[in-house]
Design a binder for this molecule. Sequence first.
Ligand code: GTQ
Length: 348
Amino acid sequence: MSTTQSTSNRAQYYEQIARERLAPLWESLHALVVPEPKPKAVPALWQYARIRDLVMEAGSVISAAEAVRRVLVMENPGLPGKSAVAPNLYAGLQLILPGEIAPSHRHTQSAMRFIVEGEGAWTAVNGERTTMHPGDFIITPSWTWHDHGNPSIEAGGEPVVWLDGLDIPLVAHLDAGFAENYPEATQPISRAEGDSFARYGSNMLPVRHTVSDPTSPVFSYPYARSREALDTLYRNGELDAWDGVKLRYVNPATGGWPMPTIATFMQFLPKGFRGKTYRSTDATVYCVVEGQGTAHVGDNTFTLAPHDIFVAPSWVPVRLDADADTVLFSYSDRPVMAALNLLRESRI
Ligand code: GTQ
């Protein structure tokens, strides 16, 4: 049989099977079962100095009340239209102006906030408010009521911007999204600010505490504490050739991650640090807290300044250099990868 004939036979055959909603695996096998990850997501950088004015301008485009959440979503150029920064992760910059409230709701998506700039806004979770300071990491776990607010200008309020990290694309992929609005703009406050931190965030737990779910009972992890820990470890001589000084945030009741789908980290890179190359199957979103340096992510060279955000997709090599003492916050889908036995990493 000639090649042309067999090609046309095949085409005819493919049409026939397509009518039965069947497809030939041998045409797609190589793309389905790959020797190593070939992410559609690409490394990408958002320089805060370029986008800050646009974030602030959102404040005159729409109110927080009308928007519900006034957020500019960071879309990975390799995943257009998907509101995804990586296949399982969402990232956005949320703005809340003095006097505004982002109304209370809950959803099955887990959310974290990392405060970028501005002081004094609050998030309420499970009947407790926490005041935001730059560098704080705050969680709003799956199915917990949460609302955000900012005191009026008269009360000293200023625009506050934070990075939202959620597992929206993962939950969408799993068809497990549920959401509802609270009947009031804000949830009732039932506990004083600082209550859960005192209870769970002091290297102690209530005497009869039992673990009933994987989510951390601490919902605010203040920057001052994290920064001091990194600083102390560095002064004690801790310095990893790949990570600098890197710690992960923890659920103090289990030793696990703060939330089941999102891992978070903070690392210190001393001035002059030239990191070795690392890669991992968890996709990671980084936010520069302090300092300046360079992130080599795949073929990209990202020059870093405070508040810049960049993403390293699965298995893309990452190498970090610091030109000044630098602090990086990051979040990833590592718990998901680890739970599914799909976490691989390589320190090169
Ligand atoms: O603050 O609850 O960026 O529900 C996206 C979805 C923030 C929030 C986002 C959300 C929120």
